[in-house]
Design a protein around this ligand. Structure first.
Ligand SMILES: [Zn+2]
Length: 297
């Protein structure tokens, strides 16, 4: 799928003491919706988390991976998103057909998630152990939870906005967000100025619907802060799953299990949880796998 229009822009401001990124992710979220068949409230929860992943991912190096997981007692149960530092993101929700009545004219994402936990994990190839932080959800609306995570876990004051607008027919009309981080050593008036800018803005999906891109959004958020735009990059929904990996996973099951599949189904069907891609492995290929397991035994 050609990802028309989903872009992320990084910027710095106030002499490098402020770091900011904005993204328009409409086509990323629409692709996720189509792959997983999500209903509007689930689409909004997944879309906000996918966007948060891309924004946080923009602060990482290429080889790093980041995952954001929300687990709650609401009907959605779980949201899982994983991204690399290269603008590729993937994700799913436990119950894609979750939809709740709107609350104050907005999709009730907090109601769908309920009370629960946010887990952010950073995997860095140069560190043996992944860096993992788990905390209670403060709102379930996701943007506030990400802000809380950055403040408590990374001691980084920030402002986060995430939004997904779902059309009457269930498709994604607009999605995106921004993240502004105030680095150590920044003047104290800066956060007030940023708060003032953010408070004066329409909702981020209204900006995107009127045609604003990451450039216009950052210009508004960083107004008066001497912003320097760093790089524009395309972002997309992408999953590294392949047929080879699926075969590798089947191989691990062992010959008895594979033999059972051949006898009971005549084939194996494996669905990738992250991207909903289905892989069908036929009888001949399964028979060859058994030979491989015996060869390696
Ligand atoms: Zn996949």
């Amino acid at each position: 799928m050609i990802d028309k229009g989903s872009m992320l822009l990084r910027a710095s401001a106030a002499g490098e003491t402020v770091r900011a990124m904005a993204a328009v992710t409409t086509s990323v979220v629409e692709e996720a919706r189509q792959r997983h068949g999500t209903f509007p409230t689930a689409t909004a929860a997944l879309g906000r988390t996918l966007t948060a992943g891309l924004l946080l991912g923009a602060t990482m190096k290429d080889e790093e991976r980041l995952s954001i997981e929300l687990v709650g007692d609401g009907p959605l149960r779980r949201v899982m998103v994983s991204t690399n530092g290269d603008g590729q993101v993937r994700g799913y929700v436990a119950r894609p057909t979750t939809h709740l009545p709107s609350k104050n004219g907005k999709l009730d994402v907090a109601g769908a998630i309920g009370d629960g936990l946010l887990c952010v994990m950073r995997t860095q190839p140069w560190n043996k152990e992944p860096y993992r932080s788990v905390m209670k959800l403060v709102s379930g609306e996701i943007a506030q939870d990400i802000t809380h995570y950055l403040a408590t876990s990374e001691q980084m004051p920030s402002a986060t906005a995430l939004g997904v607008f779902v059309n009457a027919d269930g498709t994604v009309g607009a999605a995106g967000g921004f993240l502004v981080q105030i680095l150590n050593g920044a003047a104290s008036e800066l956060s007030e100025l940023i708060e003032h800018n953010v408070a004066g803005l329409p909702h981020v999906t209204s900006l995107i619907q009127r045609g604003d891109g990451p450039r216009e959004i950052l210009a508004a958020v960083l107004a008066g802060l001497d912003a320097r735009l760093i790089a524009d990059e395309p972002v997309c929904f992408a999953c590294p799953c392949t047929r080879e990996r699926v075969l590798g996973a089947l191989l691990l099951l062992g010959s008895t299990e594979i033999d059972d599949m051949i006898r009971q189904e005549g084939q194996a069907e494996v669905r990738c949880e992250f991207c909903a891609e289905r892989y069908v492995v036929g009888r001949d290929e399964l028979t060859m796998l058994i030979r491989d397991t015996e060869g390696s035994a």
